[in-house]
Design a protein around this ligand. Sequence first.
Ligand SMILES: CC(=O)N[C@H]1[C@@H](OP(=O)(O)OP(=O)(O)OC[C@H]2O[C@@H](n3ccc(=O)[nH]c3=O)[C@H](O)[C@@H]2O)O[C@H](CO)[C@@H](O)[C@@H]1O
Ligand SMILES: C=C(OP(=O)(O)O)C(=O)O
Length: 418
Amino acid sequence: MDSFLIKGGRPLKGTVSISGAKNAALPILCASLLTADPLKISNVPRLRDINTCLRLLGSLGVQCFWHGDNELALRAEEVNEPVASYDLVKTMRASILVLGPLLARFGEAIVSLPGGCAIGQRPVDQHIKGLQAMGADIRIEKGYIHAKATRLKGARLVTDMVTVTGTENLMMAACLADGQTIIENAAREPEVVDLANMLVKMGAKIQGIGTDTLVIDGVERLHGCEHTVMPDRIEAGTFLCAVAACGGDITLNNADADSMEATIEKLRTAGLTVQSEGSTIRASMNARPKAVGFRTAPFPGFATDMQAQLMAVNCIAEGTAVISETIFENRFMHVQELVRLGANIEIDGHTAVVKGVAALEGAPVMATDLRASAGLVIAGLVSAGETRIDRIYHLDRGYDKMEEKLRLLGADVKRVSE
Ligand SMILES: CC(=O)N[C@H]1[C@@H](OP(=O)(O)OP(=O)(O)OC[C@H]2O[C@@H](n3ccc(=O)[nH]c3=O)[C@H](O)[C@@H]2O)O[C@H](CO)[C@@H](O)[C@@H]1O
Ligand SMILES: C=C(OP(=O)(O)O)C(=O)O
């Protein structure tokens, strides 16, 4: 199992390139199941989750080939058995995204229920309820969702809460359904928009993209297309938090400032200078950050996937920040590890109160989930002495060559294998 060894205390200076977004690439790869034609997808990040997704698609019979570092050719001419097995689904919740496409195109899907995950229970009842409203016959047996439908029928769907993958699954299914589907309370996350834009290139008829009401007129078939995955706003936000904590002056290429306004606004309040032009973001910090409270919310609110990283900045900020996590019930697992580095944090239910301390001190800590790991990396970069972060495989799920990028910025980060 790999760990990171970080010698903290250096300001960050230099330029890095942001990778394609994991949370856009995963549904986009699953959308390959909707057509027999070839797809060419560029700017795909090299991540553990992408490899898991390709293994899952490969097991279903999709041909997947890398061209160069970041381009994928995909073709789902036909599928073997439409079964997504527990072994593949248990390591990545986004595997549930094959359910809608398989059912819509092949009339059947058997998909393992995604297992319990560290950040919360994460049920998939809204995915199931929506597909049932579209006429699917669904039963759960021995941990698997068994879904059948001769052809899905358009329906009016109102999800109980804003769900990102729920919206994506139902939108993909609706593209091949008979008639019109209206998804109300739809997620407006930029990754949902990226997927919708690709589906339109494939011939889907979707209106209201980027709003909370999607109107989808089903078509008989979709065709192939070429698409470039949007830049990862969470990776970019993580680097911005890192420079806000450590000080310095960094430039991010291939980034999209428009998709991360809530993060940028909070970091500006903390004292970070941020300028963006085209696909470049430049950020500099030459003082101790100021504490900045926030509340996670669906887009355009502050992303839950940035909560741990901005909490890490607050650990060494001047003042006290109140942080509320409203999306996932168990997404404060980084707190006890940050406390090991000297942070002063108290949790009361869904709220964490972070009293900024003048300095953190390196210690061994353990990564518990993807963004918790990113928060610990930022805390390690700002801590005096050495921080060892174990179980870095969580980080590898969602960050492409993070240690190499941090080294380009002058950080002292090493990956070590047991
Ligand atoms: C692969 C991917 O894109 N992952 C992102 C996606 O996860 P994911 O799509 O799994 O998260 P959701 O938006 O679905 O979850 C939002 C909330 O709704 C609840 N819920 C969701 C569906 C459902 O059927 N029933 C239900 O109760 C969840 O438990 C959670 O409390 O959005 C999250 C919220 O922005 C991000 O943190 C994840 O990084
Ligand atoms: C929680 C995340 O991913 P997933 O939904 O794939 O677990 C994330 O990207 O922060």
